[in-house]
Each structure stands twice: as structure tokens, then as C-alpha cells.
Design a binder for this molecule. Structure first.
Ligand SMILES: C[S@@+](CC[C@H](N)C(=O)[O-])C[C@H]1O[C@@H](n2cnc3c(N)ncnc32)[C@H](O)[C@@H]1O
Length: 267
């Protein structure tokens, strides 16, 4: 197995990808009635951005991802956070039924999918998850804001122009986070038999350092497309020079989640 998230990309992801706000976890806990008896699956867990904070609110979190390097970083992050109630499983969306075989049907309070559903066959995945969910449980499809180069701000316009000049084409949206994607996922959840499908949004404002901006940008490349050295340092330098000088890099972050309940409905 293995994905484009290996090696240095996994390192950039672990170090520079923003986590999720506590308000998101408050909302998930309220929506699915998480207690200290519950088990949550984070599918496509990456370096643990959802799994590790969720672990503080439930009995255990299973983080599942096909990329060993991402799982290794997730394990390190969990250890640093004292989240000893996390387990990390190498696997993809095609393997979720194994979870049911291992821990029993109806065992999961939630399945979380953060910034990863576009890599999966969601029309097959959603029905497969249904028997794994306990009454009142459900699925949350989460997206962590807009790509850095797609904001309506001076620094984001400068970044977009810089990337276009460097690569020769305008960078596009990354998969899975647009309103159209969310509507598609919501429809697929309803078609699969989920109830009370709805969307929530949590907004916040962050100030980035230039290093954070560059590191988070490099985390969006695949291992194959990440520029090697010395080109990477040159690109980072070009980005630094292109940013409006003396202005803080303020990012308005809109975290969204499509929530859906197993047919037994909210408890
Ligand atoms: C952009 S990262 C998201 C990480 C984290 N969930 C977050 O919210 O930041 C996408 C993750 O999905 C994983 N992935 C790719 N294909 C997958 C699949 N078919 N099933 C499960 N995870 C997959 C990748 O290995 C990667 O770790």
C-alpha cells in the first residue's frame, strides 16, 4: 500500500497542517452523544488532526490510513498528547468492514473523515459503515477551510500568482471541500439510508507565519510532485519575496462538516 502522502509530505503534514478548532469537537460530541464508553473511527486519519483531539472525549479512537508514514506521525503526536487510547491501523476505505469483524457490529459512535473522502469510493463506503454504527451514532465528513492560494486576500493572491509563475499553470482547488462536493456527499448519505443529514460550519481566524504558510503549502503536494532541493528552497524564497511586506498573514478559516445519523436517529 502507500499514497502520495509518504516521506517528506507526511513530515510537512505533521508539522504544519492546522488542527481543528475545539468547537468542532464540541459539536461532534453533542451531535453523536459521545461518552467515555464510545469508540470512534477516524478514516484517512493522516497525522491525527481529528483522531488525537477526539480521543480526549471518548474511550478509544481507531485511526485508519493506507499511508504508513502518516500513521507513524499520528502515533508520535498521540504519544506527545498523552492520548494512549488511540490505535493506528494500516488500511483504506475498502477495509472498513474488517473493523466490524474485529470489534463487532454496532460498536462505533462515529466515523470521521477529514479532508480525505475524495480519495475514497464514498458511494460504497457509506452503506458499509451503517452496520458498524451504534444507535445515535453517525458519520462526519469534515473539511478544514479553503486552500491557502484560494483566499480573497492580498497574501493569498500573491501566493497564487507566485505558484502560477513557478509551475506555469494556475493552481486549482483541492478535492472534496467545495459546497458542490458537500452537497454530493450529503445526497449520497441520504441515498445510503442515513437520516438527519445536515451541515455545520465553524469559523475562526488564524495568523500564519511565513514558515507556516510555506510548510502548509508543501504539505499539499504529493510525494511525487513536491519539488526536490534546491528547487524547493528557491520556491520558498520566491514565495517570501512575493508576499506583501510588513502585513500579517491573516487567514479566515471555515471548517465544515456534513453530519449524518444511522437510521435509528439521534438519541
Ligand atoms: C489530506 S490527508 C487528511 C488527514 C486528516 N484526516 C486531516 O483531516 O487533516 C488525506 C489522508 O487520506 C489518506 N487516504 C488516501 N486514500 C485513502 C483511502 N482510500 N482510504 C483511507 N484513507 C486514504 C491519505 O493517506 C492521507 O493520510
Amino acid at each position: 500500500m502507500g499514497t502520495g502522502f509518504s516521506g517528506e509530505v507526511a513530515e510537512y503534514y505533521a508539522k504544519y497542517r492546522r488542527g481543528y478548532p475545539s468547537e468542532l469537537f464540541d459539536a461532534l460530541q453533542a451531535e453523536f452523544g459521545w461518552t467515555k464508553d464510545d469508540v470512534v473511527l477516524d478514516l484517512g486519519c493522516g497525522t491525527g488532526q481529528l483522531a488525537v483531539p477526539a480521543a480526549a472525549r471518548v474511550r478509544a479512537v481507531i485511526g485508519m490510513d493506507p499511508e504508513p508514514d502518516m500513521l507513524r506521525h499520528a502515533g508520535e503526536t498521540a504519544a506527545q498528547a498523552g492520548a494512549g487510547n488511540t490505535v493506528w491501523v494500516l488500511g483504506s476505505d475498502a477495509d472498513v468492514s474488517e473493523i466490524g469483524a474485529q470489534i463487532g457490529v454496532g460498536s462505533l459512535a462515529s466515523v470521521l473523515v477529514g479532508q480525505a473522502l475524495h480519495w475514497m469510493r464514498h458511494e460504497l463506503l457509506f452503506p458499509r459503515l451503517l452496520p458498524l454504527l451504534r444507535p445515535g451514532g453517525g458519520v462526519a465528513v469534515v473539511a478544514n477551510g479553503t486552500p491557502l492560494w484560494m483566499h480573497d486576500s492580498d497574501w493569498s493572491h500573491a501566493l497564487r500568482d507566485c505558484l502560477e509563475a513557478y509551475f506555469g499553470s494556475r493552481p486549482g482547488p483541492t478535492g472534496g471541500g467545495s459546497p458542490q462536493d458537500r452537497a454530493r456527499y450529503a445526497r449520497a448519505l441520504e441515498t445510503a439510508g442515513y437520516r438527519d443529514v445536515r451541515e455545520i460550519t465553524v469559523r475562526r481566524t488564524d495568523e500564519l507565519t511565513v514558515d507556516q504558510l510555506v510548510g502548509a503549502l508543501f504539505s499539499t503536494f504529493s510525494a511525487e510532485s513536491l519539488p526536490p532541493e534546491p528547487q524547493r528552497t528557491e520556491l520558498a524564497q520566491r514565495i517570501r519575496w512575493s508576499l506583501p511586506s510588513g502585513k500579517p498573514l491573516i487567514e479566515d478559516v471555515e471548517v465544515t462538516a456534513v453530519l449524518a445519523h444511522a437510521p435509528s436517529g439521534p438519541r
